[in-house]
Design a protein around this ligand. Structure first.
Ligand code: ADP
Ligand code: NA
Length: 350
C-alpha cells in the first residue's frame, strides 16, 4: 500500500477569494491533523498564461502568507514553492512523453483559457495538466483536496499514472518497485498511485455572487462577484448585501433549491463557513426572507475572514520569515521528490 499523503497547490496569481478558501484552503488546514501534507505555491504554473510577472516573488509570498494565516502549520505540513524543487519539472517532462496530445486538447480549462486562438496559446498552457500530475506524483500523493473545477485534471493525473505503470510494468517489476493497490475489486501493482481527489462538502464549487451560473473566480471583472480574503468587514458585508437573489423566501427543504442557483450558493457558503450541513441551514432559515438571512451570513463571513485577512497582512509584513518557511519546506519536499525521481530515472533507463 502507498503511504497516505496529501498534496495540493495554488497559483500565485491575483487575489485569493472565498471560493479558494472553501474549496481548498479550509480543507488543507483540516487535513493536516490526520495526514502527512504537502502544500505548494505553484509558481511554475503561473507562467503558462502570462510569462512576464512583475511581482511573481511577492505574489508567491502572499499565497504562502495566506496558507499560514488560514492555519497551516509549517511544523506539521510542508509548505514551499514549486520552483525550489526542480524534480517537479523533470517528472513533468517524462509525463509529457507519457501523455497524449489528445488528452490535453480535451481539457475544458485549456479550452477556456486558450480561447478562440488556440494555435497561439503557449505550449505550457496545453501541458499544464502534465505538470500538475508531476506535482502530485513526485510525492506519490494519495489524496488531493481541490475544488470541483479540478476534477478533470485529477482524472488526467490518474490516466498518466496508469499509463506510466502499464508502459513500464516490466521494468517496475524487475526493479521491485511495484506497490500493491486496490483498483475497484482488483489488486494491481504499480509505481504511481491512482490519486483520489478530495472534493467534498457543501461548497466545492462556490459561484459568483452576481451570477449563479458562473463560478467565483479571480478573473471575473466584477469585484462584487467575489469576496477576497483581503476584504475588510465593510466590503464583505456590502458584497453579501448586494449578492443577487430571487424574490422568494428561502425554501423549507433542499428540494426547494432546485432552479434557484443563487439561493443554493448562499446556503452552501453558510453551511461551509459554519461547518454544518445545508439541511441544518435550511432548518434554521427556511421560510425566511433573504433580508433576514444575508445579515447572518455577513456576520459569519466577517467573523471567519476578517481575522484571516489581518493575519495575512501581519505575516506578509515579514517577508524574511515567509522566505524561511518556503526554503525549509522546499528542502523537506526535495528529499521526498528525489527519492521518487531516483527510481523513475532507473525505471525509464536514464
Ligand atoms: P482560480 O480558479 O480563481 O484561478 P486557482 O485555479 O488558483 O483559482 O484555484 C486554487 C484552488 O481553489 C483549486 O483547488 C480550485 O479548485 C479552488 N477553487 C477555485 N475557485 C473555486 C470556486 N469558485 N469554488 C470552489 N473552489 C474553487
Ligand atoms: Na481554478
Amino acid at each position: 500500500e502507498f503511504r497516505q499523503l496529501v498534496f495540493s497547490g495554488i497559483q500565485p496569481t491575483g487575489n485569493l477569494h472565498l471560493g479558494n478558501y472553501l474549496g481548498a484552503l479550509k480543507k488543507f488546514v483540516t487535513l493536516q491533523d490526520t495526514y502527512e501534507c504537502i502544500y505548494c505555491v505553484v509558481d511554475l504554473h503561473s507562467l503558462t498564461a502570462t510569462l512576464v510577472h512583475e511581482d511573481l516573488a511577492d505574489q508567491t509570498r502572499a499565497i504562502a502568507a495566506a496558507y499560514l494565516a488560514c492555519g497551516l502549520d509549517p511544523e506539521k505540513s510542508i509548505i514551499f514553492n514549486q520552483a525550489r524543487v526542480p524534480q517537479h519539472a523533470e517528472l513533468a517532462w517524462i509525463f509529457n512523453c507519457v501523455a497524449r496530445i489528445g488528452w490535453m486538447n480535451r481539457m475544458t480549462q485549456f479550452k477556456d483559457k486558450a480561447g478562440k486562438d488556440r494555435e497561439n496559446a503557449s505550449l505550457g498552457l496545453l501541458a499544464y495538466p502534465s505538470l500538475m500530475a508531476a506535482d502530485i506524483l513526485v510525492y506519490r500523493a494519495t489524496h488531493v483536496p481541490v475544488g470541483e473545477d479540478q476534477k478533470q485534471h485529477l482524472e488526467l493525473t490518474r490516466d498518466i499514472a496508469q499509463k506510466f505503470n502499464n508502459d513500464f510494468s516490466a521494468r517496475i517489476a524487475e526493479l521491485g518497485y511495484g506497490v500493491e493497490m486496490a483498483v475497484g475489486e482488483e489488486k494491481v501493482s504499480g509505481f504511481f498511485p491512482l490519486t483520489e481527489p478530495l472534493i467534498e462538502g457543501p461548497a466545492t464549487r462556490v459561484m459568483s455572487l452576481r451570477d449563479g451560473s458562473k463560478k467565483m473566480s479571480k478573473s471575473d471583472p466584477s469585484d462584487l462577484s467575489r469576496i477576497n480574503l483581503t476584504d475588510d468587514a465593510d466590503a464583505i458585508a456590502r458584497k453579501i448585501r448586494k449578492a443577487k437573489t430571487d424574490p422568494e423566501p428561502l425554501p423549507s427543504d433542499l428540494a426547494g433549491l432546485e432552479g434557484r442557483p443563487e439561493a443554493e450558493n448562499l446556503i452552501g457558503i453558510y453551511a461551509a463557513l459554519a461547518d454544518i450541513s445545508r439541511e441544518q441551514v435550511i432548518a434554521e432559515f427556511g421560510g425566511r426572507q433573504f433580508s433576514d438571512f444575508k445579515p447572518a451570513l455577513a456576520d459569519l463571513a466577517v467573523a471567519t475572514l476578517e481575522p484571516i485577512g489581518k493575519e495575512m497582512r501581519r505575516i506578509a509584513a515579514d517577508p524574511a520569515y515567509v522566505d524561511k518557511v518556503l526554503r525549509d519546506g522546499g528542502e523537506r519536499a526535495a528529499v521526498i521528490a528525489e527519492e521518487t525521481m531516483k527510481k523513475v530515472r532507473e525505471i525509464v533507463g536514464l
